[in-house]
Design a protein around this ligand. Structure first.
Ligand SMILES: Nc1ncnc2c1ncn2[C@@H]1O[C@H](COP(=O)(O)OP(=O)(O)OP(=O)(O)O)[C@@H](O)[C@H]1O
Length: 350
């Protein structure tokens, strides 16, 4: 498999700038998630890589091979793309085996070895080969769709919100199986999603898209811990954002004196603290607060508290076995460093 290099990719639909100069490198044999809200340009990017449409400006290379620029475009069928759409991609009148081997040359279609290898790769039992799509669960159907996409050994695999029709549990387990199968096959893949949990848990690299721009590209842990700006911070997870004053490696804010990451500039700022960084203590050091709402999710819980004496409200995340009682008095401390952003205009001048 080859890597993918995108430079200055631009696509307008009338007055709408669907893509406004996108640069992206997808290393060979890795999975990149394009994460962004509805209408930000994710599908347009995928369609350009597939060759279903041509760019107004910019280039797309598969390895060293230029496949797309405004006046030259390799047609989709000659790009060796594997494509996994949202749902309903399987031929309902063909058995699983025939769906998977559909795009293979006739001789290869008869080989049960390749079929067995592909079923094994997507963790489907060999007995599913003779079933029809309607005899499979939604998650199994999506794994068949991936096996079909991988069958001809494509250069790049494109996955367009492939888990969005599955319920939460199935989404997670199918996502994991699909990511493992892509790694095992050594595939270079792009996964389009608006689901941050999916992007963070499955991808090697997350590319956050907003209004036709990629605003941050990096490993999941980096994007979560050090988002490019407050909007990315909120998009990839729950965020506590507080006005602060930074001096050296510490910031003073409503949650007391907290450590900030290296390189944060002195002066007024906004700090990002993730809810799981906030520790709730019965007493002792820390900022006093009164517990308000507790929302229990089983594995964990969120606790909204009002800092004393006069706010603001802060939401922390704790394990489901350690939830405080609403109305109780607690003290809060912050574990690990906060990430600093420039101060909001109103706090900068105050
Ligand atoms: N063929 C088209 N004609 C006109 N406008 C289009 C066309 N395709 C996309 N757009 C517009 O371009 C922008 C980006 O659309 P795109 O489908 O790429 O977004 P998206 O991030 O994939 O959204 P979603 O998650 O809802 O699928 C949107 O404003 C959309 O309305």
């Amino acid at each position: 498999m080859t890597g993918l290099t995108i430079r200055g990719l631009t696509k307008n639909f009338g007055a709408v700038a669907a893509l406004a100069g996108v640069d992206l490198d997808v290393p060979a044999r890795s999975l990149t998630a394009i994460l962004g809200p509805s209408g930000c340009g994710k599908t347009t990017l995928l369609r350009l890589v597939a060759g279903f449409t041509t760019p107004d400006a910019g280039t797309i290379r598969f390895g060293d091979r230029l496949v797309s620029e405004p006046h030259t475009a390799v047609p989709p069928q000659r790009r060796r793309i594997g494509y996994v759409p949202q749902e309903g991609a399987l031929f309902p009148h063909l058995r699983v085996a025939d769906n998977i081997t559909f795009a293979l040359p006739r001789a290869a279609r008869r080989s049960r070895d390749r079929l067995a290898e592909l079923l094994d790769l997507v963790e489907l039992d060999a007995s599913t080969a003779d079933r029809y799509p309607h005899e499979l669960s939604g998650g199994q159907q999506q794994r068949v769709a991936l096996a079909r996409a991988l069958a001809p050994d494509p250069s790049i695999v494109l996955l367009d919100e492939p888990f969005s029709s599955l319920d939460a549990n199935l989404r997670l387990s199918t996502g994991r199986t699909v990511a493992q199968a892509l790694h095992a096959a050594g595939a270079t893949a792009i996964l389009v999603t608006h689901d941050q949990d999916e992007a963070l848990s499955l991808a090697d690299q997350v590319a956050v898209m907003r209004a036709g721009h990629l605003v941050q590209v990096g490993p999941p842990g980096t994007v979560y811990a050090t988002p490019a700006d407050p909007a990315v911070a909120r998009f990839v997870g729950d965020a506590v954002l507080l006005p602060a004053v930074i001096t050296g490696r510490t910031a003073r804010c409503a949650l007391g004196t907290v450590t900030v990451r290296d390189g944060s500039a002195d002066g007024r700022a906004q700090v990002l603290i993730r809810p799981e960084q906030i520790e709730i203590l019965d007493g002792g050091p820390g900022v006093p607060a009164t517990v308000g709402a507790v929302t229990y999710f089983g594995h964990d819980a969120t606790v909204t508290m009002t800092l004393q004496p006069d706010g603001p409200d802060i939401t922390a995340r704790v394990t489901g076995t350690r939830t405080p009682h609403p109305g109780s008095s607690v003290h809060l401390t912050v574990n690990g460093p906060a990430t600093a952003f420039p101060a909001l205009a109103s706090t900068a001048s105050s």
